[in-house]
Design a binder for this molecule. Structure first.
Ligand code: RET
Length: 243
């Protein structure tokens, strides 16, 4: 079968995602719909890329091929479209779910396409999936650094400082993962598998454990500033039981 259709689908979907984001409303009252609608074609573009490369194609004995990437696409995009519609039906309560959904979806796509890059055997395919994973990663960082930070800054106060500190830490550490991947055996093979395993272990400890501690310290500092230097425990002691 001529697979050009899938390449055309990939190009249309990725450009549409960009256009929907660029043209969509940034009005705080309705911009979550822009996020819902821009992330849907990004998912579809991922599925088309997969279909173009034949990832997930299952050919049955009768010769009929099931394109499983299409079903993965639909199983993620239909709930997002419904979430947008239901938010509208509920008179726009829970508006910030747009940022949450699009960031989490891009994050999941970053990991899945990274896995596909790792499993790919031809250099061109490997590079394409790596680049697409990096694109999803850029989307995650964009959401965190631009719209979510703008909301946080508009709110002001110590919580904004804590958000920016945690975000800076997370961005620097997460940035190192694709670099280790690229230079390791799954990429250009400049470092050995064991060196990669150690590097990822160090990153995992920093991203999970050190991040958890520093993030908790920043959040607790906010609570102390808000409650005039008293710890949450001390405040709760003065609160009548049952509240
Ligand atoms: C891959 C390879 C392809 C390109 C990119 C990647 C990014 C991975 C990241 C992983 C973060 C993992 C964390 C785990 C902690 O629990 C998949 C390596 C962009 C950012 C923080």
């Amino acid at each position: 079968m001529d697979t050009t259709v899938f390449l055309v689908g990939f190009v249309i979907m990725s450009l549409s995602s960009l256009a929907l984001y660029a043209k969509g409303s940034k009005d705080p009252e309705i911009r979550h719909h822009t996020y819902f609608h821009a992330v849907v074609p990004f998912i579809a573009a991922t599925a088309y890329l997969a279909m173009w490369f034949g990832v997930g194609d299952v050919t049955k004995p009768d010769g009929v091929t099931t394109l499983s990437a299409r079903y993965v696409d639909w199983s993620i995009t239909t709930p997002i479209l419904l979430a947008g519609l239901i938010t509208l039906g509920m008179h726009e309560r829970g508006r910030s779910t747009g940022f949450m959904v699009s960031t989490l979806v891009l994050d999941a796509l970053m990991i899945v396409t990274g896995l596909i890059s790792s499993l790919s055997t031809t250099p061109g395919t490997k590079l394409a999936w790596f680049m697409w994973s990096c694109t999803a990663f850029a989307g995650v960082l964009y959401n965190l650094w631009v719209p979510v930070r703008a909301i946080s800054t508009a709110e002001g106060g110590p919580m904004t400082k804590a958000y920016t500190k945690n975000l800076t830490f997370l961005s620097v550490v997460w940035f190192l993962y694709p670099i280790v991947f690229a230079i390791g055996p799954e990429g250009v093979k400049s470092i050995t598998a064991i060196a990669t395993a150690w590097a990822i272990l160090v990153l995992d400890v920093i991203a999970k454990v050190v991040y958890a501690f520093t993030s908790a310290t920043n959040i607790e500092k906010v609570q102390r500033e808000r409650s005039g230097g008293r710890s949450i425990g001390a405040i709760m002691k003065g609160v009548p039981q049952g509240l």
